[in-house]
Design a protein around this ligand. Sequence first.
Ligand code: SLC
Ligand code: ZN
Length: 597
Amino acid sequence: ERAAEEAAGRDYMRTLDEVKSKSKNRLVLASWDYESNITAYNEEKLLQLSLEIAEEEKESWKETMSYLWHEFEDQDLKRMFQKYSQLGTSALPEDLNQRLIQAVNNMQATYAKATICDYKDRTKCDLHVEPDVTDIFAKSEDPEELKHAWLEWHKAAGAASKGNFTEYVLMENEAAKLNGYDTVAEWWLSEYEMTNEDQFATLWNQVKPLYEQIHAYVRGRLRAKYGEDVVSKKGPIPAHLLGNIWAQTWNNIEKFTRPYPEKPDVDVTAALIAQNYTPLKMFQAADEFFKSLNLSGVPDLFWDRSIIEKPNDGRDLVCHASAWDFFDGEDFRIKQCTTITSEFFTTTHHEMGHIQYYLQYKDQPVVYREGANAGFHEAVGDVIALSVATPKHLRVVGLLEDGPDDLESNINQQFKMGLEKIVFLPFAYLLDLFRYSVFRGITAPRDYNCHFWQLRESLQGVEPPAPRTENDFDPAAKYHVSANVEYMRYYVSYIIQFQFHRALCQLAGEYTPNDPSQLLSNCDIYRSQAAGKALGNMLQMGSSKPWPEAMEVLTGQRNMDASGVLEYFAPLHEWLKMENERTGEFIGWEPSTVQYC
Ligand SMILES: C=C(C[SeH])C(=O)N1CCC[C@H]1C(=O)O
Ligand SMILES: [Zn+2]
């Protein structure tokens, strides 16, 4: 009867978990080999193994579905069966699965191998996105050089992948239907236990007024620098002037836009270089922060097997930073082409946050070794980085000499964080609004680029540096589009990380709501055992419970909302409104005059 059936199901689940651990380990090892050394041999090995494991998964799926798990009383056992009932892309017939894997591998390889020619020395044509194009956007203040790099990169990495992307959409949508979803959009939304994107729209409405203020202020400062012919009074901001090839974060233009330029600059890049930081030292600093919270340090294997600098043997590899779980409870790695910049200091903490999550849930059944939702996984490292980025913490670790702690310095600091966090929200939101519309067939291939730029203009208030046509495919110039990595996870992360930060800061005694002497943006949870304990308790859950339960364990709230972001940036918001009022800056943007549809 049912009790016996559940007991059999429990035994079966234990065996299945063991089998899954082995096959996931094999697949991750082959993926690691391919992404850290892109060769035809490694690609073929990954393809063959992927197809072999897909067939194994089809077989075990039949057995899984032979249990009456919907009737089970044990909710935890039922949750495990429910997760294994999702076959993913292995549900595809082998030939379609092969076409899908090849389409994505082709886009990944195109992106990894894409190079552009230098603006001044047109014979130098070996510039990759990391570190070369990234450095140009971090340093150049020449609009023509920036326009050149922007156009060349979008041609080399974007347009080149339009065909493969169209093929990928067809196959991935087929897999979605075989998993019970109308399109990939609903499949991706189910990760957040949502059936549509209304909640994401609500979050955007909460933060949009703050974004419009910082957008208007930055446009004013860029206009002052580059002149009204380059940056208009009321139009969108040209995307190539914002310090980042994707205009997703604007921290690289902080040095000439900050509110109080006469206040000492908090230049972390200069400090890292002056103190002879190496990539290893950056990773050790992040590891030390987690240990200060009484959380786990990384195992020795991590230091032996990670790749933390771009190999200089001329190989092709995926440089985009990533953290890896090999599902054997021991092997955890990061692959990152680190350079000594404040951006990479932040990214290092971001990636070490992924590793910490892996370490905290490594004793869960394999099926639960995930974030409560994908946004949680992206938020862990960023929460730590919010503490690390405070001038207070940078002084504690000797990265920064003493400086003033007055209102102007706080506004400068919040502005610096705003260029990283507030500015990022519309970018992350629109990237998957674009892909949702593609998966749903609302955006056809002949409209891809036009619809992408309509979203870029309407949500982000940026425009391309030159006219665009449908021979372009600018979305694929962004890694996650070429690598089939869902992106709403970052939008969720940049909202919930402030809810997490607020809860942890209160536990650490670093923050009291409505106490202006303890700004949330000045909180540093370093060495707080109480904060570490609460964070660890949430991380250990993995995906064993629905994400609102994990959220509640840490914050007492079951929903995600922008109250954390708005509380953190309240002083800056007030300052921006006054400053834009004072200068008479137009808030928002009128339609672009650049032809892109
Ligand atoms: C660092 C990673 C690897 Se999960 C990343 O892709 N991030 C972190 C911030 C947003 C997003 C991006 O670079 O676009
Ligand atoms: Zn990440």
